[in-house]
Ligand binder design. Structure first.
Ligand code: PLP
Length: 361
């Protein structure tokens, strides 16, 4: 069977076992004589899948009782607006740490809803690092502090999270949710588009502390956490196929031994590629400073644009997919989410070495 060595940033590789299980169940889900796409979202069969996905997330991330898991649409991008619409009140500010393009986008949308402030940023240094925790000073009127836990485009990742006391910490974890253990109780809201570590695109996971779900009837229903919460995320027709695949990916994550085991493997995968960069005598240069390096997106450049072009061309010929950097910054990027096997990372590291040896400027 042909299977690409897929380093796409998102939508990204899914575990082969998940795709095979979906294939086996494709025409007859839960012994219904239907495919999952044909089930009513109000049917017992679908509700079982839906509730199983929510419960699996609770199990895997050890989500405390005072949190709710919502499955929403509109991507992580809609959360950029929904969060301030729901939890930013008059007389308050939303504090932001800027660590890349996605935090900038989140800030841009929050500004349309209320007052905001940037409390730390690495923009002037081309987003090569995560600001130091001690440099983050919250405003007294902060409604929440927003961070992007992993910066998909620049390849940086928070290793420790700020202590915000009673100010809710809100994290966009789109590109590293489920990649390592986190203490959910430190956060007010965690949100993530599914299409990197959780499943296909079309579903967004929101983990929200229950006291942040307020009953504000002025917020349009589809943008109102309270409406989705009261309806167990079944207020309108959900993306049933995406939720089904999410539930299979979560089963797979449990079979891998859970997030701690997954984090161990992710560490090994990242090391293999960062070692290839560090042992190249400067031929490959990592974008992120070493202590901010992401275990999910490894970003690097080559000595010239010409060399990068040649590298990407030969990589493609060798069966590697998705190694080009984001269109906004160029360079190269290997996205090594949970479903990317260690062997693919080893193959890439070998390829990088071979390319360097054979490249003539
Ligand atoms: N936040 C981060 C960190 C991302 O990487 C992305 C997409 O790549 C987004 C937000 C936007 O997600 P969506 O396309 O689901 O709106």
């Amino acid at each position: 069977m042909k299977r690409a060595r897929n380093f796409n940033a998102g939508p990204a590789a899914l575990p082969l076992e998940v795709l095979q299980r979906a294939q086996n169940e494709w025409l007859n889900i839960e012994d219904s004589g239907m495919s999952v796409m044909e089930l009513s979202h109000r049917s017992a069969e679908f509700e079982k899948i839906h509730n199983h996905a929510i419960q699996s997330l609770k199990d895997l991330l050890e989500i405390p009782e005072n949190y709710e898991v919502l499955l929403l649409q509109g991507g992580a991008s809609l959360q950029f607006s929904m969060i301030p619409m729901n939890i930013l009140n008059e007389g308050q500010r939303a504090d932001f740490v800027l660590t890349g393009s996605w935090s900038e986008k989140a800030l841009k949308e929050a500004k349309k809803v209320g007052n905001t402030a940037v409390v730390a940023s690495s923009k002037d240094e081309k987003y090569t690092f995560i600001p130091k925790l001690e440099d983050i000073k919250l405003n007294e009127d902060a409604a929440y502090l927003h961070i992007t836990s992993n910066n998909t485009i620049y390849g940086t990742q928070w290793k420790h999270f700020p202590e915000t006391n009673n100010v809710p910490l809100v994290a966009d974890m789109s590109s590293d949710i489920l990649s390592k253990k986190i203490d959910v109780s430190k956060f007010g809201i965690i949100y993530a588009g599914a299409q990197k570590n959780l499943g296909p695109s079309g579903i967004t996971v929101v983990i929200i502390r229950k006291d942040l779900i307020t009953n504000n009837e002025n917020i349009p229903s589809m943008l109102n956490y309270s409406i989705h919460s009261k309806n167990n995320s079944l207020y309108n027709t959900p993306p049933t196929l995406a939720i089904y695949l999410l539930s299979l990916v979560l089963d797979w994550a449990k079979e891998q031994g859970g997030v701690e085991k997954i984090a161990e493997v992710n560490g090994e995968k990242a090391k293999v590629i960062y070692d290839a960069i560090d042992n190249s005598n400067g031929f490959y240069k990592g974008h992120a400073l070493p202590d901010s390096r992401s275990h999910m997106n490894v970003t690097f450049t080559l000595p010239t644009e010409e060399a990068e072009k040649q590298f990407l061309k030969e990589a493609k010929q060798a069966g590697f997919v998705g190694l080009n950097g984001h269109r906004s910054i160029g360079g190269c990027r290997a996205s090594i989410y949970n479903a990317v096997p260690l062997s693919h990372c080893q193959d890439l590291a070998d390829f990088m070495k071979t390319f360097q040896e054979s490249y003539k400027a």
